[in-house]
Write a new protein. Sequence first.
Length: 522
Amino acid sequence: MRRPLGTIFGDTGAHKFKFAVTAPDLLRQGDYIKVWHPTDGWVLSQTTSIRRSSDLSFDEAKSIGTFTEIEEKVVAEGIVIGSRGEEGLLKSPRTPFSPGDRVFPADKDLILETIGLGKDGIYIGFLDGNDIKVMLDPNRFVQKHCSILAKTGSGKSYTAGVIVEELLDKGVPLVIIDPHGEYASLKSENESEGDLKQMGRYGITAEAYLDQVMVYTPANLAIAPHADAVFRLDGVNLDARRLSLMVPALTDTQLGLLYQSIKTLKERMDFYRIDDIINELGEIKSNTKWAIIHALELFKETGILSDSPTLLDELVKPRKASIIDMKGVDPKLQEILVSQLASQLFDARKIGRIPPLMLVIEEAHNFCPEKGIGKATSSDILRTIASEGRKFGLGLLVISQRPARVDKNILSQCNTQIILKVTNPNDLKALSKGLEGMSSDLEEEIKRIPAGMALIVSNDIEKPVLVDVRVRKTRHGGESSKIVSTYPASWEDYLDTLDTEDEVVTEEKGGGFLSRLFGRGV
């Protein structure tokens, strides 16, 4: 038995108690403690506050010397978590602890058993202040969705990288929507000196997932040479519903013309393409057609449609992450791509055509914004996946630095929420609405979460836990650019850094900006 930390005194209840700390050097706020209860046995609790006080007055404090010893009292407060009954359910004592009961440090097995942390699963890091590994059940994690929320620069993408590594190790297929080109670094080992020094403590080694990661670009390979392949949508036999999502904001009259044109094409052609639809619309005697034709021409110029589209069977494979790198892609086109891809994944999972998977959405506030803040073409399908995806084995991992701007219905469907430091009042308010029983103490804790730490809130864990997130095995691709060290000495120096291909693309004439950016197909 380890030495006691203190003794309970004063008024006690079934849920809270105070204790006089006799070993202040061994106790920190947030530490897990245990107290023996006559009917429930060892009961797990947690230190919520520690205060020091003395009888020293203000005037006495001014008059004493620097090295005068002062008699002080250290008082801590504990909140009861509970203990497991014979049936394995968590229960709280029905009677309070007694004054005079001693408080001890909680042992590892009691913490694991009571809080509900697994001994195997997705390894996030260590429980704060302990050498206890925090493991999350991979099946429940994927099936019931997850969110990672934090202010900019708090490590959300780094933490997401840790989770992606773990899911790959467990064989879970991943499709990652990557607006800023941060996730291709999963193909490279972590070479950070600081991280390498810490790997021994976390029990991991540097690793590259070179054979398990495939990077796709909606651009062409000349503009995105880091990509492994281009990403294209099927341009053959498009129906009016899909086209209306690709070219949003059509009126009912315009949609009617689109349906009419496609119906006519289906009656006389086995295969038709967007050019055929445009030509068929051109035969209609109505001025309304010109707005649709113009919209379809613009979309055609992106080159995203192809007779040889990217196949879902190619994207979704066990132990593989398919990254859709959309760096530099027009935001509206990003929404369309996410909408189309998410719809295809959902439909394919409903009929079991592809294995269960997790869809990772970075910058989620852009793809599923809260109502009243913004509108995105991809919002509806992501809401559908959030509410129905778990039935079909399609999980969501949504990541954002602006929780207040993410659709609250989607966040509320996330069984696991990983929260790093958040300070914006609107974001904190959004979190408080989404987290059951969020107290003012928990809100203050979220504001003060240190770098490298995360608060995990889950229905599968009995209470929120603060986790020291492990270092990544792979290189982190989300670091901010260093302005001072990378800025060229002159404009001429900058021009010298441009390669020939970039210059050719810049000088290309005709076809419009989107055409030059994305090419004209495969």
